[in-house]
Design a protein around this ligand. Structure first.
Ligand code: MYR
Length: 216
């Protein structure tokens, strides 16, 4: 998958002050150095399985984990950072063979009244490989095991997989899945892992991920 947008923007003066302190901490240098001087805020990091990401709604809303290690910044903060004008999201993925992939695309995240719906334009949603995309784009609410808003009538994706995410059909991606240091033999275990289908596939548990946002 090719990165969708390569240009970085310079930080706007005054923006950084609004960001929570913990969000400004850098991860491993090789991971995010290219992105770090443009007002980017790290909102998620996975790297070693030290934090339990199978958390309920309130935890995903407020944030959890260790800002110097694995953490989730929290949906409310992410919503506030994206503001009314939206944001750019960067997703960085690493597999177990030293390969890395990074994607960038514009996003807007609604407030809790929309279940923190992720809004993507139709071209972006299609390029990301979304299953169904309406002409005016994709609006996908966030789901946890205790608040199911996914697009499957027969299934609770967060419960049958693991963690909270913008689940549609359960099969597109889940960067908040269970961390596996080795690939489980059973498919039912493997499907709970951290995955990004259009890169390493549905059943490849990724080694590390970082998500960052930058207000536009
Ligand atoms: C489906 O077809 O099942 C749904 C496709 C959804 C693609 C969206 C992927 C989400 C990327 C993370 C967004 C983070 C926003 C701050």
């Amino acid at each position: 998958l090719a990165p969708m947008h390569l240009g970085h923007r310079m930080a706007k003066p005054g923006r950084k002050k609004r960001l929570p302190k913990m969000a400004q901490l850098a991860g491993p240098a090789h991971n995010i150095s290219r992105l770090h001087n443009g007002g980017w805020t790290v909102i998620q990091r996975r790297q070693d399985g030290s934090v339990d990401f199978n958390q309920p709604w309130e935890a995903y809303k407020a944030g959890f984990g260790d800002p110097q290690g694995e953490f989730w910044l929290g949906l409310e903060k992410v919503h506030r950072i994206t503001g009314d004008r939206g944001s750019r999201l960067a997703v960085q993925l690493q597999d177990w063979e030293g390969n890395a992939e990074s994607l960038q695309f514009p996003v807007y995240l609604g407030g809790e009244d929309t279940a923190y719906s992720l809004q993507l334009t139709a071209p972006v949603a299609s390029e990301l490989g979304a299953t169904t995309v309406a002409p005016n784009g994709l609006s996908l609410p966030f789901s946890t095991w205790d608040q199911d808003h996914d697009l499957r009538g027969d299934k609770n994706c967060a419960k049958s997989l693991s963690g909270g995410w913008w689940f549609g059909t359960c099969g597109h991606s889940n960067l908040n899945g269970q961390y596996f240091r080795s690939i489980p033999r059973q498919r039912r275990q493997r499907e709970k892992g951290i995955f990004w289908k259009t890169w390493r596939g549905r059943y490849y548990p990724l080694q590390a991920t970082t998500m960052l946002i930058q207000p536009t």
